[in-house]
Ligand binder design. Structure first.
Ligand SMILES: Nc1nc2c(ncn2[C@@H]2O[C@H](COP(=O)(O)OP(=O)(O)O)[C@@H](O)[C@H]2O)c(=O)[nH]1
Ligand SMILES: Nc1ncnc2c1ncn2[C@@H]1O[C@H](COP(=O)(O)OP(=O)(O)O)[C@@H](O)[C@H]1O
Length: 200
């Protein structure tokens, strides 16, 4: 059986990764979402096991020690990491999975899965990014300032990604990501066809 696609979606805080992923999953219910572990406190409305697996620092460090994480990173004072077993099981079952992770984590995943599809979600402008993260109203002014300063550094790492998608309108961004997924499946299908011809 062909393996599923591993899709990595990154982008600065407030660009709309969560919003675009939710919309994408409505349009493509077969796309599996990787739920990360984090030591960040839940925001209002966030549910353990749905948005994140919320952990205490000790529990998170144990996950690292037990090699339960594909990658992990510290971002603005909290730990975030991707449980590895679920990712491996999903792609081995032939299903596509999307990881919504920061750039440090994405670069680590690239060491293990260079063949994954790396997509960077870009804001239409820095002013609009600021409006969105402030408008969400989930972080203090200090944290917002820190996250916006991280955004500048993160955008410089765009060159390590296969695709940049501007999140101007949610539906546009979703359509572009859907097209990328279709194209990547076609590429792999061609690769398998060529390999079969060579082997014959
Ligand atoms: N490396 C890594 N980053 C993650 C993971 N899960 C979430 N993140 C990233 O951590 C950063 C902060 O996430 P969060 O606190 O939910 O804020 P938000 O992106 O502004 O909604 C974002 O860049 C997320 O993409 C993960 O498992 N690993
Ligand atoms: N294309 C868009 N146009 C306008 N607002 C958006 C768009 N995408 C997301 N938003 C808003 O921006 C804020 C941040 O989005 P969110 O998905 O939480 O970002 P992230 O997960 O990247 O931190 C939210 O209030 C969301 O409703």
């Amino acid at each position: 059986m062909d393996k599923g696609l591993l899709i990595v979606l990154s982008g600065p805080s407030g660009v709309g990764k969560g919003t675009v992923c939710t919309a994408l999953r409505k349009r493509k219910p077969e796309l599996i979402y990787s739920i990360s572990a984090t030591t960040r406190r839940p925001r209002d409305g966030e549910v353990d096991g749905v948005n994140y697996f919320f952990k205490e620092k000790e529990q998170f460090l144990t996950m690292i020690q037990n090699n339960e994480l594909l990658e992990w990173a510290e971002y603005v004072g909290n730990y975030y990491g991707t449980p590895i077993q679920f990712v491996e099981d999903t792609i081995n079952a032939g299903d596509d999975i999307i990881l919504e992770i920061d750039v440090q984590g994405a670069l680590k995943v690239k060491e293990t899965f260079p063949e994954a599809v790396y997509i960077f979600l870009v804001p239409p402008s820095i002013d609009e990014l600021k409006n969105r993260i402030e408008g969400r109203g989930t972080e203090t002014a200090d944290i917002i300032k820190h996250r916006l300063s991280m955004a500048q550094e993160e955008i410089e790492l765009l060159k390590h990604y296969d695709y940049a998608v501007v999140n101007d309108k949610i539906e546009n961004a979703c359509s572009k990501i859907e097209s990328i997924i279709v194209a990547e499946h076609c590429k792999r299908f061609r690769f398998i066809e060529n390999k079969t011809k060579e082997e014959v």
